[in-house]
Design a protein around this ligand. Structure first.
Ligand SMILES: *[C@@H]1O[C@H](CO)[C@@H](O)[C@H](O)[C@H]1NC(C)=O
Ligand SMILES: *[C@@H]1O[C@H](CO)[C@@H](O)[C@H](O)[C@H]1NC(C)=O
Ligand SMILES: *[C@@H]1O[C@H](CO)[C@@H](O)[C@H](O)[C@H]1NC(C)=O
Ligand SMILES: *[C@@H]1O[C@H](CO)[C@@H](O)[C@H](O)[C@H]1NC(C)=O
Ligand SMILES: *[C@@H]1O[C@H](CO)[C@@H](O)[C@H](O)[C@H]1NC(C)=O
Length: 680
């Protein structure tokens, strides 16, 4: 009798308190104190719940402020629940993404969780939850593949029970009508709706995703589990997201939750809109202007056929080019590349495609770079410099032979480099593993080419896009710098509204992203990244790598500090390399990668180090204010960064490694005392 009364009361509590058994937020404008936020989570002016912004290593959480009764207190059985929410993740760098977010049930709103791959849920020391104190139930939407946790890829949905090791996971997607799976890119920045339903009668948890408002019939992920052991009687529901070295905006746009039936699906169009990324703005302009452009193009097209011989109306006065670059006719280059056939395509460089060609007159092989530039101004300024660019001559530069302009198309003709670009030999599955000897030769060559551009020519030429893809190899595998002298074109980037920083992620000096001003020392920074790449056979930022190895320079520096620096040398070399040279290259790479421009060496110093004319300082300052340890982010260089260093002691290298004093720029290290022969 008493039992029945209790059941009746429990029933009463649940059925008479609808506010407590379900809620829906179409945007969070009016959520008031119904949501409790912690970490960096915030509600934006237009009603988005923003769990994190693109600050690194942050956690953002948001919970419904009152807990729910998740278990039948008389028999300890978990209740069914159902939720739907709309989210979007807009990463700082389009291809990289943050760490993702999770729907969480937690006994407390304050979890002692860690950022990065832990999504703010658990700690590195205890990434298996504690059933009694801190049980974890989460459905994670993970955008970084963490090998440690056996993630299947960097775009997955997983169910986590007391562990960051998903008990079930699947690549994000949904079923189409024809029961084919449509993959979804979680970090595309698009709004995605997710449904999570737990049916306690059959102990099944189901997850569904879609980009639409309608709930799909079939679930993309299900897991048969009785959640009772993973839940406390009273639990909070909410979300947790984190950023690490990679960062992303994590938004929740709307949310419905129900303990007494199926959660209502959200109508996506009625939710607050996301801040518009800049690209979309251009897309909008394109949409509006497209018809107009079409009309203009037809006019141009007609004009082209009527007056096709009147090319290059606004060409600069042809100077008397005796030496220097030659001006080619369009017909000649068209013939050389067999009409710019895709078959002749060698690759894509900054701004344009590169074709292979054979000049009909001389039968020499050339590479023709075709740049379509939207700004005539940019082309004109470039052409006014073409004469001087054409006179740049160095055995480590890809020789510029000539050009042709046809309206907005600029065709640049270069020596053909039969062995292609350096990146093809270093990353992923290289077509051929370069021996250390070749690598060292390439590095020295590129350094002297860059020194020529910076200091040895009549004016300083800043390259601005040094990377493995811009280093070409000639038939003897000498490294040659390509794409130099294009700075003027970059200045008038194709996107007039934005101040795009030219360069490639991972090679960009930090001050460049701040000020946008390229200099010889930003080139040196990129060269430093190149040195490390060549030595390690890895990209400067490698999304596929383990998290600790994600950012090459940090990883190398950590190994350096621990005295295990030779471990970073490309394993594809099978240990077949000159240790002295490898240490030299890595050390120099770290010095060039310093976040402080003044602390980087000049190219002249770099060349002297590489040639063994001068010995490197024994101590390498920390390349930057990385926080290798939790909570140790500092812009200044800590003392301990100096004390660990790697001794070149076992090296019987060139005579330059004698005891000597050297002044290094910025006074970072002034005294070097390399003792030889006393073992490591
Ligand atoms: C991110 O949010 C935090 C806390 O609200 C703020 O301090 C930081 O400046 C923001 N970062 C960016 C990049 O907007
Ligand atoms: C709780 O469990 C008891 C015993 O199994 C059951 O009779 C009762 O209906 C349950 N209460 C609710 C609210 O589900
Ligand atoms: C789990 O938490 C409880 C209570 O705080 C504690 O007594 C227990 O030792 C913890 N267990 C583990 C494995 O950490
Ligand atoms: C979930 O995964 C963890 C870690 O792999 C494991 O310890 C646990 O037993 C799993 N739970 C279930 C219910 O399968
Ligand atoms: C919760 O479920 C009940 C019963 O199906 C339904 O009437 C109610 O509208 C739902 N509420 C939400 C917010 O989903």
């Amino acid at each position: 009798m008493a039992k029945e009364l209790i059941f009746f009361l429990v029933f009463l509590v649940f059925s008479s308190n609808p506010v407590f058994s379900h809620f829906i937020f179409n945007g969070f404008h009016d959520s008031g104190d119904q949501m409790s936020l912690n970490g960096v989570a915030d509600i934006t002016k237009n009603g988005l719940l923003r769990l994190t912004n693109i600050s690194q290593r942050a956690i953002g959480r948001a919970f419904y402020s009152s807990p729910f009764q998740f278990k039948n207190s008389s028999n300890g059985k978990a209740f069914s629940f159902s939720t739907a929410f709309a989210f979007a993740m807009a990463p700082a760098y389009p291809t990289l993404g943050g760490h993702g977010l999770a729907f969480v049930l937690s006994p407390s709103k304050e979890i002692a969780g860690y950022h990065s791959q832990y999504l703010g849920l658990l700690n590195p020391s205890n990434h298996h939850g504690n059933k009694s104190s801190n049980p974890v139930f989460a459905v994670e939407f993970d955008t970084v593949s963490t090998i440690e946790f056996g993630d299947r890829d960097d775009n997955n949905v997983g169910i986590d029970l007391n562990s960051m090791h998903s008990n079930a996971s699947v690549t994000a997607g949904y079923f189409l009508e024809n029961s084919k799976v449509q993959e979804l890119d979680l970090k595309s920045g698009k709004v995605i709706q997710a449904w999570i339903d737990y049916d306690s009668a059959i102990n099944r948890l189901e997850v569904k995703l879609s980009t639409l408002s309608k709930k799909p019939k079939k679930s993309i992920l299900h897991f048969d589990v009785d959640l009772s052991p993973f839940l406390h009687d009273s639990m909070f529901v909410g979300f947790s997201a984190s950023t690490g070295k990679l960062a992303s905006f994590h938004y929740i746009l709307g949310w419905s939750f129900n303990m007494s039936g199926e959660a209502e699906s959200l109508s996506l169009p009625s939710l607050p809109s996301l801040p518009r990324p800049k690209q979309n703005y251009t897309a909008l302009i394109l949409c509006v202007t497209f018809p107009a452009v079409l009309v203009m193009m037809s006019i141009v097209f007609i004009w082209f056929y009527l007056v096709r011989d009147m090319e290059d109306l606004d060409m600069i006065e042809a100077k008397d080019f005796e030496i220097g670059p030659q001006r080619f006719s369009y017909q000649e280059l068209k013939k050389a590349t067999r009409g710019f056939k895709d078959k002749e395509l060698l690759g894509f460089g900054g701004f344009g495609r590169v074709y292979k060609g054979t000049l009909p007159t001389t039968n020499t092989q050339v590479a023709v770079k075709r740049i379509s530039h939207e700004s005539k101004q940019g082309i004109r300024e470039f052409l006014s410099e073409i004469y001087s660019i054409g006179r740049l001559r160095h055995r480590n530069l890809v020789q510029f032979l000539g050009w042709c302009q046809r309206r907005r198309d600029l065709l640049l003709v270069y020596d053909f480099m039969p062995c292609g670009s350096l990146d093809k030999y270093l990353f992923d599955e290289p077509k051929q593993v370069l021996s250390w000897e070749h690598r060292f030769k390439i590095i020295k060559g590129v350094a002297s080419g860059l020194l020529y551009l910076h200091e040895e020519w009549e004016q300083t030429v800043i390259h601005r896009d040094i990377k493995a893809g811009n280093i070409l190899l000639d038939s003897e595998l000498n490294g040659r710098l390509g794409d130099f002298g294009l700075a003027k074109l970059y200045d008038h980037g194709s996107n007039p509204g934005s101040t795009t920083v030219v360069g490639t992620l991972g090679y960009l000096a930090p001050e460049l992203t701040r000020t946008g001003k390229p200099s010889t020392s930003t080139d040196v920074f990129a060269f430093g990244a190149l040195l490390l790449e060549v030595a390690c056979g890895r990209r400067p930022i490698d999304p596929k790598a383990l998290l600790e190895e994600l950012i090459l320079v940090e990883w190398v520096y950590e190994k350096w500090q621990s005295g295990a620096v030779l471990e970073v040398v490309d394993s594809k070399l099978n240990g077949d390399f000159d240790e002295c040279e490898a240490i030299l290259v890595i050390k120099l790479g770290l010095m060039c990668s310093n976040e402080v421009p003044e602390a980087r060496p000049t190219m002249k110093q770099v060349v002297r180090y590489l040639e063994g004319e001068v010995a490197l300082p024994e101590l390498v300052p920390s390349p930057g204010g990385y926080d290798r340890k939790e909570g140790n982010r500092s812009g200044s260089i800590a003392f301990e960064d100096y004390v660990h260093s790697y001794r070149n002691s076992s090296c019987a290298c060139s005579s330059a490694f004698e005891d000597q004093d050297i002044d290094v720029e910025a006074g970072l290290t002034t005294h070097i005392n390399l003792s030889r022969g006393n073992g490591r």
